[in-house]
Design a protein around this ligand. Structure first.
Ligand code: URA
Length: 436
């Protein structure tokens, strides 16, 4: 068998055997398959699709293409949450301390931002001194002592995905359900979480645009997780406009802290708390109402905020920043984008995410540095009536860098029309843990 044979068979629309899939993934991981061959394989999958069996073999082969993370010795259930990526999605910064405050351990490996989407690790590095590279011993010790930890996976975890994702990113082969499902789930299954909540985004700012397609992706990933022995639940949620009101690392950390203080009430707070409740329900075996009550109590009592302080301090960060925002500095340049006409507003997520990257707050290549202070705050949201001249966004930029390109992207993110745009529900559907 050769890599060429496997690509050729997929191109012709055959279902690959387990042996063929595993052979291909091994060739990706050990460098025998070239980038061109990976691209050809991925494009064949985009067009021909994969059966559930093929997708399972692909996921399993990718999961074991490198090291897997050993389960901590602590005899408790670990919860995890994964979002397929969005704009102003800081739910992990809220959910992880809320769960820990409710006695549910959350030891989470997160990623960095790529393209127009933000990454939890970059946001956490807004805390001066915060370390995302932890040894397995540090990770485990913190999970036990604090109840929560968020760190980065090393390059040795799922190396096949690292290569495949980089090639997909530049060959228009990201938007394939089996490829996304295998990519996401291989990283989840290489880790040890017992109960996993997937937040599958759909809409303008997501990899998947239609709600039903997102449901198919969610079901595919839930099935892959269950087949691997994990307890799974999923939500399909809307990413037509940014989830929260802030975009950019420091701005998003401030907003997440605002949610934990009980001061910010918006789609971000709603989704963070409903996700937390779903996981509490699954791990603790309590009713949905009781889970929602406990999540809210963790916020109202200040217990979740205290967990965030403990987590930041444990990872070497300056926990005073949780209470003193001058330690999470926004860039000094300020500009406002204003409505050009009277009417109803529609806000698009992708150009706002791109604008943040353009300001220096995201990365186009993995090695790019991130400016944590730049970004923007949305002042109005989809469906609101605005008048010409009303401020729609406050932009934070580095005065040493020309913000013109970013400002024109931000202007393009706002459309004002005579008709009230249809507002999609925030949660399109939920696959609860007990649903099979
Ligand atoms: N996130 C991933 O990790 N992989 C994908 O393919 C898409 C989103």
């Amino acid at each position: 068998m050769t890599v060429y044979d496997v690509i050729d068979r997929k191109k012709r629309g055959f279902a690959l055997t387990e042996e063929e899939v595993r052979f291909f993934v091994r060739a990706v991981a050990d460098g025998r398959a070239s980038d061109a061959q990976i691209a050809a394989f991925c494009m064949a999958v985009v067009w021909r699709g994969m059966t559930d069996e093929e997708c399972f073999f692909l996921t399993d082969a990718m999961t074991h293409s490198g090291e897997t993370i050993p389960c901590p010795r602590l005899n408790v259930l670990f919860a995890d949450k994964h979002s397929t990526g969005g704009v102003s999605d800081s739910t992990s910064l809220v959910l992880v301390p809320v769960l820990a405050a409710c006695g549910v351990h959350c030891a989470k490996y997160s990623g960095r931002g790529l393209g127009h989407t933000g990454g939890t690790l970059d946001k956490l590095e807004s805390f001066p001194g915060f370390r995302v590279s932890l040894t397995a011993e540090e990770f485990e010790a913190q999970a036990e002592r604090v109840g929560c930890v968020i760190a980065g996976q090393t390059a040795r975890i799922v190396p096949a995905d690292k290569r495949m994702y980089a090639v997909r990113d530049v060959t228009a082969t990201v938007d394939s359900i089996p490829l996304i499902a295998a990519s996401v789930m291989s990283k989840k299954l290489a880790s040890f979480a017992d109960v996993i909540l997937l937040d599958v985004k759909y809409g303008e700012g997501a990899f998947v645009h239609g709600g039903e397609e997102a449901v198919r992706l969610a079901r595919t990933m839930v099935d892959l997780g269950r087949r691997a022995g994990r307890r799974m639940c999923a939500c399909v949620t809307c990413m037509d406009q940014p989830l929260g009101d802030s975009i950019g690392c420091c701005a998003e950390v401030r907003e997440a802290i605002g949610v934990l203080r009980g001061e910010v009430r918006n789609d971000l707070s709603e989704l963070s708390l409903s996700h937390s409740a779903l996981l509490l329900q699954a791990v603790l075996g309590i009713s949905a109402e009781e889970a929602a009550r406990r999540a809210q109590k963790a916020v109202d009592s200040g217990a979740a905020l205290q967990k965030l302080r403990e987590m930041v301090a444990a990872q070497g960060g300056d926990a005073r920043a949780v209470d003193d925002f001058s330690l999470l500095p926004l860039a000094e340049g300020r500009a406002w984008v204003r409505a050009k006409a009277d009417g109803y507003l529609r806000v698009a997520a992708t150009p706002l995410g791109r604008a943040c990257v353009e300001l220096g707050g995201g990365r186009l290549r993995e090695e790019d540095a991130v400016d944590h202070g730049v970004g923007l705050r949305l002042l109005r949201r989809t469906g609101e009536a605005v008048r010409a001249g009303d401020p729609l966004a406050e932009v934070y930029f580095d005065p040493e860098r020309d913000p013109a390109g970013a400002l024109s992207l931000i202007e393009g993110a706002f459309a004002v029309g005579g008709e009230l745009p249809p507002r999609q529900p925030l949660v399109y559907c939920t696959i609860a843990e007990e649903d099979n």
